[in-house]
Design a protein around this ligand. Structure first.
Ligand SMILES: NC(=O)c1ccc[n+]([C@@H]2O[C@H](COP(=O)([O-])OP(=O)(O)OC[C@H]3O[C@@H](n4cnc5c(N)ncnc54)[C@H](OP(=O)(O)O)[C@@H]3O)[C@@H](O)[C@H]2O)c1
Length: 306
């Protein structure tokens, strides 16, 4: 099968598309024929070994001290089950699924991947019905992160929320989920992304190129930093007295019940993955360069097959 493999931390060119053996599922695993995956900012961070100084050593111990342990990146996917081990009970051959490959030995930049039907760090569920493989593949990471952080902030109907960096993957899902909760959403983004954040449902927009949000006269019940580029002390200037600040720099956890809620919301048309660009597996280097620019809107898909 074809897979995008990287042997060393470094530039996008470290990733090479190669022929490697098709995996065979163990007793507790399913073999997923992948239809789509994505390039997340997490993939870029891992490929570059771009970890904050304090976490650099622990991260390198987890992900590989001298070279990456996981040679195939790709943290989320959608596809169809082609085979399964004899202990698998949650899924059948032919089921359409979506999920993550978090802390598994291999990722989803490949034509096939073997995934345990259940494991501690990641999640897999039946794909949302009526939603394309491309869109389903980009739902898990960004949307689960947004959902986890909104829960942490104890976000409630009628509250006001400011989403800083609303045009990224986490940001675009945070805007949509907050609207679903019944919050009033103010999105902070650049001039180029103003129309996009309005399109996904933001009630008000602050263009950070024209206005410093910390000087706003408004007060917010929640400030959600979706790109890790603002701070709690900046946010405090516009937070209501009992308000909460949450950030993508906080630890989050992937939860199966969150992925199930996301599946339902997608099926009901209440959330939709915003797709910026779609690349083929052979264009993985180009896709990594684009995501590394830090300017993507929403999500970037890698289409493995039609
Ligand atoms: N904790 C977790 O589990 C978790 C999960 C997923 C992601 N993350 C982290 O979350 C961050 C965001 O990831 P992502 O994939 O959602 O988005 P991303 O692709 O990294 O964000 C790009 C978006 O952010 C906007 N942006 C860039 N600089 C900005 C600034 N100074 N102020 C406001 N907006 C800015 C960009 O638009 P403009 O350039 O037009 O502003 C672009 O639309 C990454 O650092 C990632 O590692 C954490």
């Amino acid at each position: 099968m074809k897979a995008a493999v990287y042997q060393n931390y470094g530039s996008p060119e470290e990733i090479k598309v190669k022929e490697i053996p098709k995996p065979i599922p163990k007793a507790n695993e399913i073999l997923v024929k992948i239809f789509a995956t994505s390039v997340t900012s997490g993939d870029v961070r891992l490929r570059k070994s771009d970890f904050p100084p304090l976490f650099w050593l622990p991260a390198r111990l987890i992900f590989g001290l001298f070279s990456p342990k996981k040679k195939i990146l790709g943290h989320e996917f959608s596809g169809v089950i082609e085979d399964k081990g004899k202990e698998v009970t949650r899924f059948d051959i032919g089921d359409e699924v979506f999920g993550t490959t978090t802390l598994l030995p291999t990722g989803s930049y490949a034509e096939y991947v073997c995934i345990p039907e259940k494991w501690k760090n990641g999640v897999i569920e039946h794909k949302p019905e009526g939603i394309s493989f491309d869109k389903s593949a980009t739902l898990p990471i960004g949307c689960m992160t947004a959902m986890f952080l909104l829960e942490k902030a104890e976000a409630k109907p009628k509250q006001s929320i400011l989403v800083y960096g609303a045009s990224g993957s986490v940001g675009s899902f945070a805007v949509q989920l907050a609207k679903n909760i019944g919050m009033e959403v103010t999105a902070v983004c650049s001039t180029e992304k103003v129309e996009m954040v309005k399109e996904i449902g933001a009630d008000k927009v602050i263009d950070y190129k024209l206005e410093d949000y910390t000087r706003s006269a408004e007060q917010y019940d929640v400030v959600f930093d979706a790109v890790g580029k603002t701070t709690k002390s900046q946010a405090k200037k516009v937070l209501a007295p009992q308000g909460s600040f949450v950030s993508v720099n906080m630890m989050t956890k992937e939860k199966p019940d969150h992925l199930l809620k996301i599946k339902k919301l997608a099926e009901e048309g209440k959330i939709e993955a915003y797709i910026d660009k779609t690349y083929g597996l052979d264009q993985i280097v180009e896709a990594h360069k684009y995501v590394e620019s830090g300017r993507k809107s929403g999500n970037v898909v890698i289409k493995i097959r039609d």
